[in-house]
Design a protein around this ligand. Structure first.
Ligand code: ADP
Length: 167
């Protein structure tokens, strides 16, 4: 598997699947989530509502992942994963690792060969960027998968620099 790091907006990415840093409700939010729903259109929210009405009645727990259509986005699927909120007193890195592992597992089930990830948990959920970058790249490297390219798409200069530093 090839890992690449780029700076940009994940909603512009041509990839089989893009990963959404969702919240447990699956019904939209700010950051990446807001951008994906805005550009992808109502089809994604409809698919999320169906998931809430069926397998995920209580929402998607942190560390898990589930796929929907990508609507009008230039990707085939959106893989929604819920990162942990950062805590200075409790080590939740196993949950952040699980986001990357489970997203790749869903990508394998879909047959996706290119997957774009944002820096999960580093926005509203406040995970320090250097640690998030280390966990993201380390976990993807250590996860057996049929995915051929994992692309980290970083929005800010700082995120891009921190992810590059981990490569
Ligand atoms: P979380 O709730 O998991 O912290 P956020 O969406 O708030 O998720 O932020 C995760 C990361 O995504 C942050 O580093 C933020 O700067 C970045 N981000 C925000 N919008 C986009 C976008 N359109 N494409 C890629 N990354 C984005």
């Amino acid at each position: 598997m090839r890992i690449i790091v780029v700076q940009g907006d994940i909603t512009d990415q041509r990839a089989d699947a893009i990963v959404n840093a969702a919240n447990s409700s699956l019904l939209g939010g700010g950051g990446v989530d807001g951008a994906i729903h805005r550009k992808g259109g109502s089809e994604i929210l409809e698919a999320c509502r169906k998931l809430r009405a069926s397998a995920y009645g209580k929402g998607l727990p942190p560390g898990q992942a589930v796929a929907t259509t990508a609507g009008m986005l230039p990707a085939k699927w959106v893989i929604h994963t819920v990162g942990p909120v950062y805590s200075a007193t409790e080590n939740r890195s196993h949950v952040l690792k699980s986001c990357y592992r489970e997203s790749l597992h869903v990508a394998d089930e879909l047959g996706a060969s290119t997957v774009a990830f944002p820096a999960v948990s580093t926005g509203v959920y406040r995970w320090p960027m250097d640690d998030a970058a280390r966990i993201a790249i380390g976990t993807v490297r250590a996860t057996p998968t049929k995915v051929e390219e994992v692309r980290f798409v970083l929005f800010t200069d700082e995120a891009f620099a921190q992810f590059q530093a981990q490569m």
